[in-house]
Design a protein around this ligand. Structure first.
Ligand code: BES
Ligand code: MN
Ligand code: MN
Length: 465
């Protein structure tokens, strides 16, 4: 790749300023009040793709937020890379915990990012990472080095489970047809030790409503004699794990892909210090499913977590009340083999069976998605490996992630191509949290590494053809 470092150093400041402009727009998909900003961001991204030299720019409408399309097709006989990313972001709440405002991007140095990091909602997830791809293409087109065809699919609903994207891609199979899908929306081990994400967990997400009496009651008159839905909900939730922290839902583990001893040994080689992990989170001790390591628990084992629980009186002071209703949001992270619809059904059946007659329980399914694995012998993985080997001192380690990008498993079904997860974020970048940030080192390293992926993917693809 001729002159990539020169190109980056010539345009460093402009790249960063352009990213800052993108980060200023609060494109929060969870809150419909931000619909104008969502549309503005789609527009902004499409302009950036046009300025980078892409063609056939389209802002395609879906049932929900629009998808930005762009391409640069140089030769139908060459392979096509589809770049996927998302321009929507999580809400900034709780905003009072941000040191600088979420939508006023600020550069600050940190211990892990001594060269500086950009603090803003979406800095790492995923505007900063998605924008690296636009700049990498700008470089390849400007220097006449684009070795293959490229298409972009930048969506605006990832953070709410991509509800409109599934039907959308099924209707646009030809437009997005590709030989490999490239995504930067995950992380790596550290700036010294790159890793390529080789797996994502699936997801089944449900919301629970427990109703006791038909109105809030005086807890003195009625407490002890009428079921309190919050007490009952807590008891039911407590029954979802046993003393070994296994999930108790009958059939939950039936289809779980169990790692071989060889795979477990391989995984255990990744650099990981339990002490540092606990220290970073300020916890005395880790927790989890018996007989599995922290790395296994957080990537290749399925989990069940309460994400939110509410009901009754939570205002100032003490109000004596026996509430009529209690609610919870529960997510289950799934691994290869598990089907989200089946798991949602198993959860629902078991959870309903735990309910005493004194309450009514409703389980409402939200979004879901299957887990994904990138084969290590695929052309795309090989190309990514060589790309990192080119730009980092250490060669990359394959590592499954515990997070989810639900649309990815559908990509492989619809397009019959593999997804390569070249993420440059760090676990400490606080995505979805206050003070989300993205290292400037990571931003520029991504722009430097991505062009090599195109080069090696095209080379290996042509050799195999
Ligand atoms: N980019 C993340 C997923 C991610 C981050 C995967 C880091 C691996 C490492 C994505 O935007 C995300 O937040 N996904 C959600 C699921 C979605 C349905 C809201 C998640 O994993 O919770
Ligand atoms: Mn993301
Ligand atoms: Mn996210």
């Amino acid at each position: 790749m001729k002159n990539i470092n020169q190109y980056i150093s010539n345009h460093k400041e402009r790249f960063l300023n352009e990213l800052i402009e993108l980060l200023k727009i609060p494109s929060i998909s969870a809150d419909s009040n931000y619909k104008p900003q969502i549309l503005q961001t789609a527009e902004h991204v499409s302009n950036a793709l046009a300025e980078a030299g892409c063609e056939n720019i389209q802002i395609l409408s879906t049932k929900g937020n629009p998808v930005v399309y762009a391409d640069k097709m140089i030769d139908p006989n060459l392979p096509t890379v589809l770049v996927y990313g998302h321009y929507d972001v999580q809400p900034a709440d709780p905003i009072e915990l941000w040191d600088t405002p979420a939508f006023e991007p600020t550069i600050k140095k940190t211990e892990i990012h001594p060269e500086g990091a950009i603090f803003a909602r979406g800095a790492c997830d995923d505007k900063g990472q998605m924008f690296m791809h636009i700049k990498a293409i700008e470089f390849l087109i400007a220097t006449n080095q684009l070795p293959c065809n490229v298409k972009f699919m930048i969506e605006g609903e990832e953070e709410i489970g991509s509800p409109s994207l599934a039907p959308f891609i099924k209707e646009h199979v030809e437009l997005f047809k590709n030989d490999v899908i490239l995504i930067s929306d995950t992380g790596m081990i550290s700036n010294q030790q790159p890793s390529i994400t080789t797996g994502l967990r699936g997801l089944s997400y449900v919301e629970i409503e427990v109703t006791g009496p038909n109105r809030d009651l005086h807890s003195g008159f009625y407490g002890g004699a009428v079921a309190n839905p919050i007490n009952i909900l807590s008891q039911m939730i407590a029954k979802l794990h046993d003393k070994n922290n296994h999930i108790t839902i009958p059939g939950f583990y039936d289809d779980v892909y169990e790692l071989s001893e060889e795979e477990r040994t391989e995984m255990a080689k990744a650099p990981f210090e339990q002490k540092d992990y606990n220290k970073a989170l300020n916890i005395e001790e880790e927790w989890g499913e018996k007989s599995f390591s922290t790395l296994e628990r957080s990537t290749v084992r399925p989990t069940l977590d309460v994400n939110g629980i509410w009901g009754g009186y939570i205002g100032e002071g003490a109000k004596t009340v026996l509430p009529s209703k209690a609610f919870a949001k529960i997510s289950m992270r799934l691994v290869p083999g598990q089907d989200p619809d089946k798991i949602t059904q198993l959860f629902t059946d078991y959870f309903m069976s735990l309910a005493p007659k004194s309450v009514k329980v409703v389980v409402k399914p939200h979004h879901g998605g299957k887990a994904y694995r990138t084969p290590l012998d695929s052309t795309g993985y090989q190309a990514a490996y060589k790309a990192y080997a080119e730009t980092f001192t250490n060669t990359p380690i394959p590592q499954p992630s515990g997070g989810s990008i639900p649309i990815v498993s559908l990509f492989s079904e619809v397009f019959k191509s593999h997804t390569i997860l070249m993420g440059f974020g760090l676990n400490s970048d606080a995505i979805h949290s206050p003070n989300e940030h993205y290292g400037l080192f990571n931003f520029y390293k991504g722009i430097e590494t991505i062009p090599y992926f195109y080069q090696y993917f095209t080379e290996i693809h042509q050799q195999n053809a």
